[in-house]
Design a protein around this ligand. Structure first.
Ligand code: PNS
Length: 158
């Protein structure tokens, strides 16, 4: 049974992330969405809020499970018995960062394979960072995030 782990900050989850989750949930038997507890990055949403928003946004997508983790991703991979890290890659500019992480994870744990998946072209420019910035200054992000995130952003920035 192939279990993949889709790790990230998800601060907050966007429709681009959801697109990757939908695509990968039919590719793997099980997909664990792993939310990093990255307090040093000063996230807008707490890890519990991020986990809850993902759970609500993924309701109805089969085979998915949402968990949080702290520390090294490779340790989390061991704890859930998976060797497949899934990452979405958008523009070429994502590649360098992804390459570094994938090779570092391979150095730490040689059995780990990182697989990259492309989101739908309409989400190619969408990032959590830009969504927060646009909403903070009053822009409309309703086509870029699930409803649960839209409501949470409204609470944060109203
Ligand atoms: O959504 P992001 O912020 O691009 O996700 C980055 C993430 C969470 C995948 C990465 O920062 C991570 O795996 N952090 C855990 C710490 C770790 O394992 N670091 C060494 C490998 S890069």
């Amino acid at each position: 049974m192939a279990t993949a782990v889709y790790p990230g900050s998800f601060d907050p989850i966007t429709n681009g992330h959801l697109d990757i989750i939908r695509r990968s949930s039919v590719t793997f038997d099980k997909l664990i969405i792993a939310v990093l507890e990255n307090e040093e990055k000063s996230p807008l949403f707490s890890v519990d809020e991020r986990v809850q928003m993902i759970r609500e946004a993924c309701g109805g997508i089969e085979n998915t499970e949402v968990r949080s983790f702290s520390g090294l991703l490779v340790r989390f991979m061991e704890s859930v018995g998976s060797t497949i890290v899934l990452r979405g890659i958008r523009a070429v500019s994502d590649y360098e960062y992804e390459l570094q992480m994938a090779l570092m994870n391979r150095e730490l744990s040689p059995e780990i394979e990182t697989l990259f998946m492309l989101p739908s072209i309409e989400y190619n420019y969408v990032s959590s960072r830009l969504v927060k910035e646009v909403r903070r200054y009053g822009g409309d992000v309703s086509s870029l995030v699930p409803d649960v995130v839209l409501r949470a952003l409204e609470n944060q920035f109203s």
